[in-house]
Design a protein around this ligand. Structure first.
Ligand code: TYD
Ligand code: MG
Length: 454
């Protein structure tokens, strides 16, 4: 089959560009994600900056002469979202909200629209996915709305741009970027070139007129539609919804933020009337914890500035396979493999003929090494069938020698455990001094996992 010469292949997961089709993407290692797209026609939004000669912008400026801008932030009326945004919305910013279909992106943004419009701000909600009636039905579940929220069901970017120019809203929601198209680009809506081009134009609108724009991006598994990852570098702020769609809680995580810190999380619960904030995530994450069960240990991880208690569960069963199974949900798989090797070498507990499962209950993803100690304890507790008291928590990073290393913000972690009624903390010996004495709490410092007594 003769191919048109002016087409390229894009990885729909990460946006990697290639002249030929490939089975596996060399950049993000995903399989079967390449799709052919016609080469995008050059438009002023692309590469224009290098050609433009703006006499004012082209002069290098001394750093010390730059006047710092005082960014005014508008609260969204949703505390957990403001926390992830770094204190509220910055005018003229472009915010990408990603997540699996059905996780609650449209619901959250409609709630934001309601709160902003209730304060008399004009808000435009553009949907390419749902009809006006469907949005009304969703809104009716959430409560009453004012007259300043305008809806537009449209996918053509030119029409949307005109609507923004006439309405002059304070904020716009574009739901979702994968349904939008720009006529200047020949490829289909949802393709890498189309979503990039559309995002570029929305960026110009946001920066040019100081309108805050939310973009919804579905995370897709099939690789037929470009995922939000291809847009991460273009926008100011990237927020992802995590969590099991079947469970009721949702975690909103900031992974990029030009106007604040990242790695703050917001915790929500999906209810009958939309998303509810969960102000005390620890309580929520520990609800439903089994009592006196082996293989279960509570850890304390820091999520941004906030300590969150989570339950680590481990289960090891005899394996019938040459390569035993290692399944994790929550912690990092490589980290669990490393901890299994440490246990083998330093404690002489071998899992080489066992299938091992390690979960963090609640589906929260934790990448912080401070959960190491709890993982190790859960593995030992599960394998030996010895129960760790349910009033005990553990935190500490475990090194290759089995040594338990210091973690940051030990005091906050201990106080969070105290607040939730725990009485014993197993923690790195080196952190004991910085924590000092805490009333009604037994702090047990350990230097090496060999000291763990079961
Ligand atoms: P939605 O926000 O449309 O997800 P997304 O835009 O990320 O695809 O839908 C979230 C799910 O939550 C949907 O299956 C319906 C459900 N839901 C509730 O349980 N309660 C509610 O009040 C609303 C509005 C939705
Ligand atoms: Mg939606």
């Amino acid at each position: 089959m003769a191919k048109a010469r002016n087409s390229v292949f894009f990885c729909q997961n990460c946006g990697f560009e290639s002249a030929k089709w490939m089975g596996q993407c060399p950049a993000c290692r995903e399989w079967n994600t390449f799709a052919e797209e016609p080469v995008a026609k050059s438009s002023p939004s692309r590469g224009g900056a290098a050609v433009r000669r703006d006499p004012n912008a082209a002069v290098p400026t001394q750093l010390t002469k730059v006047v710092p801008e005082d960014k005014v932030r508008t609260g969204t009326g949703i505390g957990e979202l403001d926390r992830v945004l770094g204190g509220g919305l910055v005018a003229g910013s472009l915010i990408l909200v990603g997540g699996d279909p059905g996780i609650g992106k449209s619901t959250l943004l409609l709630q934001v629209c309601r709160n902003l419009s209730a304060r008399g701000q004009k808000i435009l909600y553009v949907s390419g996915e749902e009809s006006l009636q469907q949005i009304r039905m969703r809104a009716d579940r959430m409560g009453s709305f004012g007259d300043d929220l305008l809806l537009l069901c449209e996918t053509n970017l030119d029409t949307i741009r005109e609507a923004i120019e006439t309405v002059r809203p304070a904020a716009v929601v574009v739901d979702s970027i994968q349904t939008m198209y720009n006529e200047a680009v020949t490829s289909a809506p949802g393709s890498v070139s189309q979503v990039r081009e559309t995002t570029g134009i929305l960026m110009q609108i946001a920066k040019g007129s100081g309108i805050t724009i939310f973009i919804v991006g579905h995370v897709t598994k099939e690789g037929v539609v470009a995922g939000p990852r291809v847009l991460e570098h273009m926008v100011d702020t990237v927020l992802y919804f995590e969590g099991d769609r079947n469970a009721s809680y949702r975690i909103l995580r900031g992974v990029k933020n030009r106007f604040g810190s990242t790695n703050e999380i917001g915790v929500f619960e999906m209810g009958e009337e939309g998303l509810k904030e969960v102000p005390n995530p620890s309580e929520f994450m520990l609800s439903g914890r089994p009592e006196n069960a082996s293989g279960s240990v509570v850890a304390c991880a820091m999520e941004g500035t906030r300590p969150v208690l989570v339950e680590v569960q481990a289960l090891a069963t005899r394996s019938g396979m040459a390569y035993p199974r290692r399944t994790v949900d929550g912690p990092d798989l490589n980290r669990v493999n490393l901890l299994l090797a440490v246990l083998d070498k330093r404690v002489h507990m071998s899992f080489s003929e066992m299938d091992v499962y390690v979960n963090i209950a609640g589906g929260i993803r934790i990448r912080e090494p401070s959960v190491d100690l709890a993982i190790v304890m859960a593995l030992i507790s599960g394998a030996r069938d010895r129960v760790v008291s349910d009033k005990t928590i553990a935190f500490g990073e475990v090194g290759l020698g089995g040594e338990v290393r210091a973690v940051s913000m030990a005091k906050q972690r201990v106080m969070e455990a105290k607040k939730l009624g725990f009485d014993t903390v197993i923690m790195p010996q080196v952190n004991l001094k910085s924590v000092g004495k805490v009333e009604n709490m037994r702090l047990v410092g350990i230097r090496n996992v060999k000291e763990l007594q079961f």
